[in-house]
Write a protein that binds this ligand. Structure first.
Ligand code: SMG
Ligand code: MG
Length: 377
């Protein structure tokens, strides 16, 4: 269901955009590469009554999806922000419609919608969690562990996160680093909730190999094939006992409905950035819940801004599996909010303050900023 009570319209006066470079506490390796720094765009919406914040979760290169920082920056400043500023007054619920003529660029759209929604909810004194319909005040915290030097190093890394209390472990896999890595973790930790993420690194020709994962009692395998391989995912799902979960393929509520109809996925990872915002994420939650498809909240190494919003989303009733909502310290020694998310008994708290419920640390924000631009009415 859409939010029971829509947000009040805001009078936008402009936006400012920043590119941040935030060092990671350790390199993060997936099937598509290694990062030791998070490049991210932070959006601030300025309104007659206050400000709101959002995050554009692109990376510097188009490797996870077709979106990337400079492309998002360009489409934001030249097309999307001017379109929003054309309206004398705008509700967050109308942002997606105003931006709908622009094809794709969902991460950019999500950053804008979040900033407008945050601004509106701060004025109202209503939290994201209340607005979205959250039913929990804390959410179980899963951690995503990158590919390590070898399986022994992976077991060490996983052990460290388990000691911290993480409720679920996800390991990244790729061809040549799949069965042995998973076997090593499962042998070392027989009882843990474990899942794997391939980030599109396989093809249907690998079905037999992927079926070897069936013996490890995984919660799921995430995005084994390409983004547009819905039919192949359905075929693969028929050959595996491990549930297939889609991430990259789920770019909208329509894509989620199609994937479910095709039986391409029995579990869905919801990332607001990938689908164009928290309202589309809510729509996906609702349709999955109606179809009895479990969902969980994915992560894009968010700063404290996106992490707060994700915790609120993950507190909805259909989120029945732990999300990639780790403590800020999983990725960052220093965050851009004054009270970064911490792990408490394997959980992260859902913020209760108005809007996103986090305050920006202006000094940290400045320190990480490598590009800045204002687009005013
Ligand atoms: O934020 O905890 C996090 C990262 C979780 O593994 C994670 N995300 O495919 O699910 C995924 C990856 C994409 C990250 S690449 C930017
Ligand atoms: Mg994934």
């Amino acid at each position: 269901m859409p939010p029971a009570r829509p947000s009040a319209p805001v009078r936008l006066t402009g936006f400012d955009l920043r590119v941040l470079h935030m060092p990671l506490v350790s390199p993060f390796t997936t099937s598509f590469g290694t990062e030791d720094m998070r490049e991210v765009i932070i959006v601030r919406a300025r309104t007659a009554d206050g400000e709101g914040w959002g995050e554009v979760v692109t990376q510097s290169a188009p490797l996870y999806s077709s979106e990337y920082t400079e492309g998002a920056w360009d489409v934001l400043r030249r097309w999307m922000i001017p379109a929003l500023l054309d309206a004398p007054s705008l509700a967050a619920e109308d942002v997606a419609g105003v931006l709908s003529p622009f094809v794709g660029h969902r991460m950019a759209k999500a950053g804008l919608e979040t900033a407008v929604l945050d601004a509106a909810l701060r004025v109202e004194g209503r939290s994201f969690a209340q607005y979205l319909g959250a039913v929990r005040d804390r959410v179980p915290s899963g951690v995503s562990v990158g590919i390590q030097r070898d399986p022994a190093a992976l077991v060490d890394a996983v052990g460290g996160y388990l000691d911290e209390g993480y409720a679920r472990i996800k390991i990244k896999i790729k061809p040549g680093r799949d069965i042995d890595d998973t076997a090593a973790v499962r042998e070392a930790f027989e009882q843990i909730a474990l899942q794997v993420d391939a980030n599109s690194a396989y093809t249907l020709a690998d079905a037999e190999l992927l079926a070897e994962l069936d013996r490890f009692q995984l919660l799921l395998i995430e995005q084994p094939l390409q983004e547009d391989d819905l039919v192949d995912h359905a075929t693969l799902a028929g050959r595996l006992r491990t549930p297939v979960c889609l991430d990259e393929s789920i770019v909208s509520a329509k894509a989620a409905a199609d994937a479910i109809a095709l039986r391409a996925a029995s579990i869905i990872n919801i990332k607001a950035g990938r689908v164009g915002g928290y309202l589309e994420a809510l729509a996906i939650h609702d349709l999955c819940r109606a179809a009895d498809i479990p969902v969980w909240c994915g992560g894009m190494l968010e700063t404290g801004i996106g992490r707060a919003a994700n915790a609120a989303l993950a507190a909805l009733p259909g989120f029945t599996l732990p999300g990639d909502i780790s403590a800020s310290s999983r990725f960052y020694a220093r965050d851009i909010v004054t009270e970064p998310a911490v792990l408490e008994d394997g959980h992260v708290r859902v913020p209760v303050g108005a809007g996103l419920g986090v305050e920006i640390d202006p000094v940290a924000l400045d320190d990480f900023t490598v590009a800045y631009e204002e687009v005013l009415r």
